[in-house]
Ligand binder design. Sequence first.
Ligand code: FES
Ligand code: FES
Length: 170
Amino acid sequence: MTTAENPAIASDTRTITLRVNGREVTRAVSTRTTLSDFLRDDLDLVSVHLGCEHGVCGCCTVLLDGESVRSCLMLAVQARGHEVETVESLSADQNNLHPIQQSFAEEQGLQCGFCTPAMVLRCKELLGERRERTDEEVRREISGILCRCTGYQNIVNAVQNAGRKLAGEA
Ligand code: FES
Ligand code: FES
């Protein structure tokens, strides 16, 4: 059914413009579409992983204006005019990994990888504030993202290693 035949469809849709991974994007979206579905389905940014879809697991975390948010709890229309970053923005290919990605690889900070894009983005936010982080700080700051595989220690090591790399010490 077209929007002309059913005006309810048209009224349910908004055109939004936002920046995603440094590029301006304009799309018509349903007012009910979550930011996570928009990023995955409309923009093909499949690093945005969906676990619980109700704000518990943190695996759908993206950066909105530099701050981590759970994209399953936001509507796409709420991101209008904002800057969204997913892990796809960090490196062009696997031969040129971002220092944070490199650190996760070196420290084996991932196993199945389901939580990893969220962890990497949270790490980027955290280290953007301050490079050097204690074990306790890292554990507290990543506690909103659940990892079922690693036992967390290697993720903590990866975040601290990334801090040293970004500070030019490793
Ligand atoms: S999928 Fe968003 S918090 Fe779990
Ligand atoms: S590496 Fe599997 S959930 Fe974290």
